[in-house]
Design a protein around this ligand. Structure first.
Ligand code: F6P
Length: 323
């Protein structure tokens, strides 16, 4: 007899497209004859049995919405041997035979621990950061980059009018992918990311002075939050070193909201489907991923040890054309 009851939760920072993934899990599970529970507020919902029975209509009208209808949390209580044991015991009490965790690396560590405690888990990468090593794409990344791009386009208008420099911080935790791609898309003069060493004198001040000498009048600099370069201070230093009036903007959580792009909706739907099929096939401790545009899966424990790639070629292109 196959698996009868599964559950789905969203955990960690929310990401546009999480709802599309929940919808896909629920509808795929139901169509396979399973019962599907929605777990509220990440792993917290397993600690206090805060779940809801999902039906086909519980996930109507959510494919286009940001946030997560299941709510999310980072759960310190769950991050202990006792917490994992309690969550596993509660899963057994509620008849949960498989769990799908939509989130990032931290959430996958929880899924691995819960699998070891006897509850088969499958992870789905949902984070705007695109920082899951085994996957070239994470749900929410495309929307976040497009939001960042639109915001910086707005900044460009005022930066240009005043002949100023705008220094913009984008999210990404320790990953520079949002910064690199957004930086290219907005025509930034410099992009600072954690994966590439930089020298402010060479890469910013001298470059600004040179481009100014050949006619450039306004400047956009995109800084990844993980680049260890506080944008307020950088803006002041730029002004001091170059005389160009500068302003800092931290885009912040606006990047996490909004209606998911087509790409996020489609990938979320594919990944949610794949996750349910893995549980149905009796597989566990797997994480769904994208490789060469195909949906694949990896062992969570191995996936957590993989080194992350950075697109150094794209970075070189950015350096060449941002002049
Ligand atoms: O992981 C997503 C993310 O938005 C990161 O880019 C950022 O560093 C972090 O979460 C912010 O976390 P919080 O919402 O807890 O402030």
């Amino acid at each position: 007899m196959g698996i009868k009851r599964i559950a789905v939760l969203t955990s960690g920072g929310d990401a546009p497209g999480m709802n599309a993934a929940v919808r896909s899990v629920v509808r795929t599970g139901l169509s396979s004859g399973m019962e599907v529970l929605g777990v509220h507020r990440g792993y917290n919902g397993l600690l206090n049995c805060d779940t809801v029975e999902m039906n086909l209509r519980s996930v109507s009208d959510i494919i286009h919405t940001g946030g997560t209808v299941l709510y999310t949390a980072r759960s310190p209580e769950f991050n202990s041997a006792e917490g994992v044991q309690l969550a596993a015991d509660n899963c057994r009490k509620m008849g949960i035979e498989g769990l799908i965790v939509i989130g990032g690396d931290g959430s996958f560590r929880g899924a691995r621990d819960l699998t070891q405690a006897g509850i088969p888990c499958v992870g789905v990468p949902g984070t705007i950061d695109n920082d899951i090593a085994c996957s070239e794409y994470t749900i929410g990344y495309d929307t976040a980059m497009n939001t960042a791009m639109e915001m910086v386009d707005r900044l460009r208008d005022t930066t240009e009018s005043h002949n100023r420099c705008s220094v913009v911080e984008v999210m990404g935790r320790r990953c520079g992918d949002i910064a690199l791609n957004t930086g290219i898309a907005v025509g930034a003069m410099a992009i600072l990311v954690p994966e590439q060493p930089y020298d402010l004198e060479r890469d910013i001040y001298k470059r600004m002075q040179y481009t100014q000498s050949i006619g450039k009048r306004h400047f956009i600099i995109v800084v990844a939050e993980g680049a260890d370069c506080p944008v307020e201070e950088l803006a002041k230093e730029i002004q001091r070193n170059t005389g160009i009036e500068s302003r800092a903007t931290i885009l912040g959580h606006v990047q996490r909201g909004g209606s998911p792009t087509l790409r996020d909706r489609v990938v979320a739907t594919q990944m949610g489907y794949h996750a349910v099929k893995l549980l149905e096939e009796g597989k566990s401790n797997r994480v769904v991923a994208m490789q060469n545009s195909q949906i694949v899966d990896f062992d969570i424990t191995q996936a957590l040890q993989m080194p992350r790639d950075f697109d150094a070629d794209l970075y070189q292109i950015a350096l060449k054309v941002s002049i």
